[in-house]
Design a protein around this ligand. Structure first.
Ligand code: AMP
Length: 424
């Protein structure tokens, strides 16, 4: 136990973490360009927020939440997703009283107690955005375009699936049709779907049990029941996506796992990464803010899972950075030069170079070997005699060439080797 991490969690180690940083950095840049500001909410919230804001009848709330009581006997839950908390913060901080829409982004770990498998973990990481305060279909198009742009920048080709799940006006029609359809086939439904038939027949469309899936194939869908306003909204979203040159398929069976979705729902799929092929998804949730106690406020957002994003990138051969390496490694001829070595290291770092040295008292030969392993394109060798003359030995690790450089010019010379190293 002491040396084993909990099931469904990962350590992201050096060598791997650079890939995460690269993807996160790309997302931050994207958000800046699209006008989204970062929000950081707590890792845990009152359980009630998720019961209401995600929905009691969802798998997430019913089966997958990490819920615990704290020392004051409050029921808290680790966040299983980011939208409910963003909506809570939007209300709690009165962002709804300022200029609208409010465009937010977040990144961070989420927690769901599910059976771990490739692409499915108990602690996983999402990046996501939420837009509060605009009902207009152009926002739907922007949000979808942004998610696709992000994946495109990372070299990913994903399939965009698009649907409209309707609104409270059209949903009763769908519920009725679905309930009638599934009742007529209730002997073939799994126990979960049968139980949820009365509370949420929509969920049967999303069930993973093979015989429910078969049934779902012929079930009536939301697209058969859209009210006039939802139908027009869906048409507009498609018109704007076409104007932006974004390919999509209308997937009438796409229902998102969460209860609060209205109108647009979308999902980005990477078929090559196995059973868990959804890299990200989102949609409109015009009733969420009201559900958690705020004024009627339209909203839309998406979340992308970073583990699956990275899996898809590896699968599709996208370029990813390797392990970070120092710009320069500092070796000393003997350890009587420790003070000078530490001083020089600080000077180089203050000039913006990533610099490191030996801390195990290795011989010069061993230091050079270790320097090679770090991948540094340059090694500085401190020798007493050279130092006395104001000179330092600089070795180009790519060519093996070595020369003496005046101490004052050292940083600049290392900079040249760094640039050469980064293009080789
Ligand atoms: P959702 O919040 O369920 O709409 O999921 C959005 C995205 O988060 C999915 O497309 C996945 O990329 C990712 N995701 C959801 N659940 C998990 C999980 N248990 N493990 C890893 N990634 C997940």
């Amino acid at each position: 136990m002491l040396t084993t991490r909990p099931r469904g969690t990962s350590d992201i180690l050096p060598g791997e973490v650079e890939k995460w940083q690269y993807v996160e950095e790309c997302f931050r840049r994207l958000c800046r360009e699209y006008g989204y500001a970062e929000i950081r909410t707590p890792i845990f919230e009152h359980t009630e927020l998720f019961n209401r804001g995600v929905g009691d009848a969802t798998d997430i709330v019913e089966k997958e939440m990490y819920t615990f009581r704290d020392r004051s006997d409050r029921s808290l839950s680790l966040r299983p997703e980011g939208t409910a908390a963003a909506a809570r913060a939007y209300l709690e901080s009165n962002l709804n009283a300022g200029p609208q829409p409010v465009k937010l982004f977040y990144t961070g770990p989420m927690f769901r107690y599910d059976r771990p498998q490739a692409g499915r973990y108990r602690q996983f990481h999402q990046v996501g955005v939420e837009v509060f305060g605009s009902p207009r279909p152009a926002v739907d198009a922007e949000v979808i375009a942004m998610a696709m742009d992000f994946c495109g920048r990372l070299g990913l080709k994903l399939e965009l699936h698009l649907n409209s799940v309707g609104c409270p006006d059209c949903r009763p029609v769908l519920r009725e049709k679905l309930t009638a359809y599934f009742r007529a086939h209730q002997n073939d439904l799994c126990a979960d779907c049968l139980r949820r038939l009365a509370s949420n027949p929509l969920r049967a469309l999303d069930c993973k049990v093979p015989r429910c899936r078969e049934l779902a194939k012929n079930a009536p869908t939301s697209l058969d029941c859209l009210c006039g306003s939802c139908a027009a909204h869906f048409q507009d979203v498609q018109k704007y996506l076409k104007a932006l040159g974004i390919d999509y398929v209308v997937d009438r069976y796409l229902v998102r796992g969460l209860d609060y979705y209205t109108k647009t729902a979308f999902e980005m799929m990477a078929p090559g990464i196995g059973a868990q092929s959804s890299v990200g998804g989102g949609g409109r949730y015009d009733n969420l803010v009201e559900t958690i106690g705020g004024p009627p406020t339209p909203g839309i957002g998406y979340a992308i899972g970073l583990e699956r994003l990275l899996l898809a990138m590896q699968e599709q051969g996208s370029e990813l950075p390797g392990r970070d390496r120092p710009d320069v490694f500092l070796a000393s001829v003997d350890d009587t030069l420790e003070s000078e070595a530490l001083q020089l290291l600080q000077t180089l770092r203050q000039k913006g170079l990533a610099a490191d040295k030996d801390y195990l008292g290795r011989s010069l030969k061993a230091q050079m070997k270790y320097a090679g392993k770090t991948g540094a394109p340059a090694v500085v060798i401190l020798g007493k005699e050279e130092l006395a003359r104001g000179m330092i030995i600089l070795k180009d690790m790519t060519t093996g060439a070595q020369k003496e450089v005046p101490a004052a010019e050292l940083a600049e010379e290392i900079g040249k080797l760094r640039r050469k190293g980064s293009t080789s």
